[in-house]
Design a binder for this molecule. Structure first.
Ligand code: NAI
Length: 719
């Protein structure tokens, strides 16, 4: 009995399938829905009275794609290529049956259709789309390391030509209804609410139940002959671009190109077998599993505030106080005001506070110039930011976020002044990037209402907020802070207090390892290129310049002061001290660090590096540099995990990918270890420790896991 769809045949012989997956806001495709669609095909194929089939949805959207939670369980199940291939053929064969069933099939696309949902539409003979800005079409599989594996790589190029289909397939680009019509992906646009009637009208016209590509003499628009110079050049250019953009760390885009290249020459059935073969390879490749797990499923859970203590009633920040209108404070004010929160932006001088507000004005003006916002919206957001130097203005705040200088005494001073004014129920957060929260909370009269909210720069672009729970932070405070992050639509991870918390601490190891390599005589260009080849967005030297060498230096000095005898110098301390104390090269903002920043050109490595740290005659292989840079981060993450700073592998991964750009193909710092295999990772660490020092020694817990065969992420079946 069908539960995911309704099926009816009317008096005029039109069979209608209305997809309506129970208990879900959208209609994800699942094996159950597939089976029900197959039953419908069985029923109509042998029914002479049925003139045609109409497929639509009862939800506001059509179909968002295959259920990724189902795909995750498939990752666990599929072992061999042959088993995977068999499992992945179901949907392909179902859609092929649909387009060859002998009855005309029309899709009444009433809203968004993505992935397997759009592939279903492409297998229909006629497509009517709602003229509604929300009714976007896309094949976003590439974003999770997969390819459209139910005919998308074959039908789309046959419909609109190879050249026009490549951006949709390779970038997962979304297109709006008007563009879909112009490209020829849909036949008709009609007002929402009329899609079913329009599709029905077409079916009643007794159309031919055959796809263009199944008709004799069909040619792919624009051609598909790889011997033709234009087509050959198109593939050669696209392959080179993809290889450069992905550094060959992401197999999906190249697999898509291969599918189109090989498949477009063949009849549809053979072409679909090619696609299934490449899809299966991606399904058993760890990259897709890592991307699905971290960037989709675990991000989705974090966005739904899965770490929020459920017993605490939901709260909302209406008025936010921000102390310090510098780079971070002004960014926090901007995103909060944009989320509808009234902001009091305080600095030591009124002019500094006003300057902080101008950050929001500048960002909004850029959006306005690009047509991404309206003047009314600009005015509305700016009206919500009140710049001031008067603490009295904080009296109605529900939450205060402190973002003054990274200095304990300054922070303590502003905390006291703000707490003298704000309501006793208000929460207080520090945006410190390194100072332990429990220590900062000592300046607070209500330490249980004190928490760390570590935003990343630039605030409006970075999706992550690291929430730091101090020793005395209450669950109600954690819940309130998470509710605020929910208002901003950002992704939180929750960590326990420690110096540098999780993200700053691990990110630091990446910078220090790169700086250390310089001291060892490794060519700086090689260091930077190897980091990018590993998938890091920027090399360790460039990113150190961005953060400011002076800041890294100051953090180390402060840590030494705080820890006294327990302090261990970071491995690149000598390099940092030399740059800051002797060379006075403090970083990008101060005119230069490891790089020079000519005002009229692109940044380039500072030529003086070669005299300060002459490159050794023999250079290590790129693979060794890459391994060091990734392993050091993964190892430090394990230490955070074992020390209880991190409490979940999912959050470790998310924090690394969203916080500082640890390569997404790895799934994040801990998925990286699982992908390598814990035992193999440990063995490699032991080798690195022998060559490069104790910092690579695997911690005890990891050695135990290697012995017992336990992964860092529990298998899906164990969760
Ligand atoms: P910033 O130097 O740009 O801004 C600090 C602001 O605080 C300045 O406008 C200053 O006038 C104001 N201020 C200083 N003392 C004050 C006082 N007594 N009363 C009122 N206002 C005062 O610094 P930035 O980069 O915005 O950093 C602020 C905090 O955010 C620091 O704790 C930093 O560690 C943290 N952070 C910085 C990140 C970054 O990428 N820059 C990232 C995440 C956190």
């Amino acid at each position: 009995m069908a539960t995911n769809l309704r099926f009816a045949i009317d008096a005029e012989g039109i069979a209608t399938v209305t997809i309506d997956v129970p208990g879900r806001s959208m209609n994800p495709i699942s094996p159950a829905l597939e089976a029900e669609l197959a039953e419908v095909l069985d029923e109509i194929s042998g029914a002479p009275a049925v003139r045609g089939l109409l497929i639509t949805s009862a939800k506001p959207s059509f179909i968002p794609g295959y259920d990724l939670a189902e795909i995750e369980t498939q990752f666990e199940r599929q072992q061999t290529l042959a088993e995977g291939y068999a499992a992945n053929r179901h949907l392909t064969l179902l859609y092929r049956r649909l387009e060859t069933c002998g009855k005309p099939v029309a899709a009444a696309i009433n809203g968004l259709a993505m992935g397997g949902g759009l592939e279903l539409c492409l297998a229909c003979h006629y497509r009517v789309l709602a003229e509604d800005p929300r009714a976007v079409l896309s094949l976003p599989e590439v974003k999770v390391g997969l390819l459209p594996g139910a005919g998308g790589t074959q039908r789309l190029p046959r419909l609109i030509g190879i050249e026009k289909s490549l951006p949709l397939l390779l970038e997962g680009k979304s297109i709006k209804p008007r563009e879909a019509l112009e490209l020829g992906i849909v036949h008709e646009l009609v007002p929402t609410g009329q899609v079913v009637a329009a599709a029905r009208r077409w079916l009643l016209g007794s159309p031919t139940p055959q796809q263009p590509w199944d008709q004799k003499g069909f040619r792919v628009p624009g051609g598909a002959n790889i011997a033709a110079p234009a087509i050959g050049a198109l593939f050669a250019g696209a392959t080179a671009l993809v290889a450069k953009a992905t550094q060959r760390n992401y197999p999906a885009p190249l697999a898509i190109l291969s599918c189109v290249f090989e498949g477009a020459q063949l009849p549809m059935d053979a072409a679909l077998r090619i696609e299934s073969k490449y899809f299966t390879r991606l399904m058993i490749d760890p990259v897709a599993r890592n991307l699905v797990r971290t960037t989709f499923l675990n991000k989705g859970k974090a966005d739904k505030l899965s770490r929020r203590p459920p017993e605490v009633p939901k709260s909302q920040v209406r008025t936010l106080g921000i102390l310090g209108a510098g780079m971070m404070g002004s960014g926090i004010a901007y995103v909060s005001a944009a989320a509808g929160i009234d902001c009091v932006l305080l600095d030591s001088q009124p002019e500094l506070a006003k300057k902080g507000k101008s950050y929001a004005a500048n960002q909004l003006r850029k959006d306005l110039d690009k047509g991404r916002t309206t003047q009314a919206r600009v005015d509305e957001v700016l009206a919500r930011i009140r710049p001031t130097a008067d603490y009295g203005a904080l009296r109605d705040c529900d939450l205060v976020v402190e973002a003054v200088f990274e200095n304990r005494a300054v922070k303590a001073d502003v905390t006291r002044k703000a707490q003298a004014v704000i309501p006793p129920t208000a929460l207080f957060a520090s945006n410190t990037s390194t100072l332990p929260i429990t220590g900062l909370a000592e300046a607070s009269v209500r330490a249980e209402q004190f928490i760390g909210l570590h935003f990343f720069s630039p605030v409006e672009r970075m999706p992550l907020v690291e929430v730091i729970v101090g020793k005395r932070t209450s669950t109600a405070t954690l819940a309130g802070a998470l509710d605020y992050i929910g208002q901003l639509a950002k992704t939180p991870i929750v960590v326990n207090d420690s110096r540098g918390f999780y993200t700053s601490r691990v990110f630091g190891t990446f910078c220090y390892e790169g700086q250390r390599m310089l001291e060892e005589g490794i060519d700086p260009a090689l260091i930077e290129n190897a980091a990018r080849a590993a998938g890091m967005p920027v090399g360790p030297l460039a990113v150190s310049d961005e953060v400011a060498l002076e800041l890294q230096y100051k953090v180390i000095v402060q840590t030494r002061e705080d820890l006294g005898g327990q302090f261990a110098e970071p491995i690149s301390w000598k390099v940092l001290r030399h740059f800051v104390e002797d060379l006075k090269r403090l970083g990008r903002k101060s005119g230069g660090g490891f790089y020079d920043y000519p005002p009229d050109g692109r940044k380039r490595l500072w030529p003086g590096l070669r005299t300060e740290y002459p490159p050794a005659a023999e250079q290590p292989p790129v693979a060794e540099i890459r391994t060091r840079l990734l392993y050091i981060q993964a190892l430090e993450t394990v230490r955070c995990f074992e020390e209880g700073v991190l409490t979940s592998a999912a959050e470790a991964d998310l924090g690394s990918v969203l916080g500082w750009g640890f390569p997404a193909y790895t799934g994040g710092t801990l998925s990286f270890i699982d992908t390598v295999g814990v035992a193999a990772f440990v063995a490699e660490c032991q080798r690195l420790a022998q060559h490069h020092g104790e910092r690579f020694k695997p911690p005890r817990g990891l050695l135990e896991r290697a012995r017992s065969g336990a992964r860092l992420h529990a298998a899906v079946s164990e969760t």
